[in-house]
Every structure is written in C-alpha cells, then in structure tokens.
Ligand binder design. Sequence first.
Ligand code: GLU
Length: 485
Amino acid sequence: MAAAPRVRFAPSPTGELHLGGARTALFNYLFARQSGGKFYLRIEDTDVKRSKRQYVDQMFDGLKWLNLDWDGPAVFQSGRSEFHLDTVQKLLTEGNAYRCFCTVEELKKEREKAARSGEGYGYSGKCRNLTVEKIQLRLNRADPFCFRIRIPEGEVAFHDRIYGLITVSNREIDDFIIQRTDGTPTYNMTVVVDDSDMKITHVVRGDDHLTNTPKQIVIYQLLGRSTPEFAHLPMILGPDKRRLSKRHGALGVHEFRKMGYLPNALLNYLALLGWNPDTEQEVFEPSELMETFRLEQIQKKAAVYDEKKLKWMNGQHMAGRSAADLWERIQDMAPEWRANVDKDYLLNVLDVQKKRLKTLLEIMENSDFFFVDPSVYDEKTARKRWKDRSTSELITSYAERLTQLEEWDQETLESELRQLAAERGVKSSSLIHAARLAMTGVPKGPSLFLLMEMLGSETCIRRLETALRKLPSSSHPRQEEPSAG
Ligand code: GLU
C-alpha cells in the first residue's frame, strides 16, 4: 500500500485568502485526509516588502473558519533561510550552480536582443564557464553577483495527476537565478528545499506554477532528492472568461463570511470549481466531499466562477442547518442583531427565513417585520396591491373578523380570509397581497398566514389598522408618508 500522502498549502501572505487559494487548500486537505495523510500549512513570507502579518492572521482565520485544519504548527519560510542558503552553497560546491556577475544593463541588452529577434528570452550563459581566476578577480573587486543553476542537458518528464505526461527539453529551461544579488533565495529554490525537508509527497497547486515545475524538478535531481508528484489545478475565470480577480466582486474568504455565507457552502462550491464528481448531486456536506473527491476527477479546463450559483448553494446549505446553528453564526457576524428578542421566537423566525433566503445577511436585512411594525410601505407594491377604497373595505372586514376569532392559527386565519373573499366575490390573492403589505411593508415575505400566526392577534390587527389609516382609501391611488405603527 502506498504511504499516506503529505501535502501542503503554501500561500504567500501578500494578500487575503481568496477563492483560488481556498480551493487549493481544500483540494490538498481532502486529498490528504481521505487517506489518513498529513496536510501542512507553509507561509511563504520571504518577500519581506509585500508580506504582511495581517494577511498571515487572515489566512489562519480563513482556514479555521472553513474548518480546513492543518497538521502541526504552520511553517514560516522566512525562518528557514539557513537551509535555503546552505542548499545553494551545496549546488555551487558540486558545480551545479555558478556565480553570475552580469549587470542589470547587460541583462537588459540580452533581453532586448531576444525581443528583436522574436525569440523567447533565456539567459545566455555568459558567466557559466568563468575561470576560477576570473571569478576571484571579480570577487576581489566586490562586483555584485547572483547564483544561477547550471541546467544540465536532457529533458524533464513528469506525470501530472491532472495534466498527464509533461515533457520539457532542458534546452527550454535557462540557467535561472536561485539566489539574488541581495542574497535572498528565489521561489523555485526555497520551494524545493522546503517541500523536500517537509517530505511532501504531492504538490497540489494552481496551474500558474506549471512552468515552474520542470525547473524545480531539475533542482531535486541535482540535489539527489526524491521528487514529489504534482497535480496542477485549473485556473478560475470570472464570468467574462478572464482570470478571476478583484474586478469580479468580493473574493476574499473573509468577505464571504461577512456576507453571511456558510463555510460548508463555500467549500461545496469551491470543490465543484474544477472537480467533476460525475453525478447529478451538487450539494455536498464536507463529509460527503471527503468520501467522493478524487484528484483524478479534476478537469484541465478552466473553471468559471458564478456568484449566483454560489448563492444558490448557500441557500441549500442554509435550509439544511438548524436555526440554532444559524443563530450562532449570526451572532458571530453581528452580536447585537436582535439581541433582546425572545430566543424561541427568534429561532422560529430563522426557521422560516432560512428556507426562502440565500445568505445570513439576507435574513438579517429582510426580517424586520417579524420584530417591528412596518414604518413605510413599498410604494410600487402599494400602488399595485392596495389600489383603492375597495381594498380598504375588504381589509376592514378582515380585521373585524380577526377580532372575533377564538383560535389564532394559520388554518383559521386562512379559511377566514378565503371565506370573506368568496362572500365578496373577489380573488383571495388580492386580499392576501394587501394583508401582506400591511404586515410587512414589503412586496415579498413568507407565507402570510404563518407570519400572522407568529406575530399574534394583537400585532396583526394593529398592523391592519395602521395600514388602513395610511394607505389610500379613495379611488385615486396616493402614497402618504407612513409613520411608525
Ligand atoms: N507561495 C506560492 C504561491 O502562493 C506557492 C506556490 C506553490 O504551491 O508551490 O503561489
């Protein structure tokens, strides 16, 4: 049996955890956990200027919120520089790296020449074979230098778990820089040292790194270290088919959290960005993802981000959660929201709203009528649903009947309304719409009778009476400035 995989998520803390990063983390996590493997987190913070502690914290928070727990403490790449530099020295000593004294101007000229001839740029290898004396001379002059890898002849072939066999001739890989003039090692160098030291067995990352992989494999080979397997994930595109970026809307995981998305819904949606489970099923709980996910079922084709679908997915997950769970999450988002309301009533509200709305924020923004009388009535709805005196008369009768009721439940409230409509020869729906407007002030809401049952007789009758005072009673539609009821 193959050894349990060891994988890592290796974000650079130069920005917040975005959807692409979260998806990479998720696929690594699922792949590791489903076979008892390890999932590590490595913070690639060697770019001192762009790396920020606040992004590291956000990364931790975001991953924890998504429940993508990693093994052991996070590894900070900045704490490993001695290993990186030692490895560069080893490559140098063994003749697999060399000092390059080319100046910025020289390299610029090389690049311009390549551009003129229409060829892709690759370092010319000018410093590849400097004599020991020449090197010493330049060192004595304190000329600045960087270190470059000495790419051997041959080719790199590897089997990507998603892309299949990839073969690259070493002629296409130039002697790239492994340690800069300022002494800092470059990404391709550090990533190999760290992945190798962490005994990573599978590197699962975005396909923007596909061109780096052959370079990294050469380093593994020159160091005589074993090469991990690779799986490169398809890009995520925006609806305009361009690479997903800030332009396409909220992209940081913490923004989705603030907008009232559930972590499981986001995970579910992210999993389907590129992974094709080959079933009709679309809604997956994390445990189901764990069971079903296969690295091999990831498509090469770029995935397209669809905010509507994500929202729909969130609605599906929200409907399946208990009201108590949703309440806890709302408190996490906005601790003061309806803090003084009776808890049982509040949970009932959440139970009703979770089935018809798509995010927690939508619930928070569209539930006022459960708690306070409407202070305004949507103008368009009033024009359409409360046209004239006849509506007022019907509502007056309904209110009167309600005061006589002995039972206050959905069924009674409904049959009373339908009976009245039948007696007056009007459609029940016209009465329902008008009553809903009186109860909520807005065009859409939950089932009227359920709402009325929850609100209780006193509140309902008061709301009908207020609406009767404020909404048009003449045949000329008009909209008064409604005041609090
Ligand atoms: N820090 C790199 C990035 O965020 C990691 C790439 C890798 O996984 O090797 O793109």
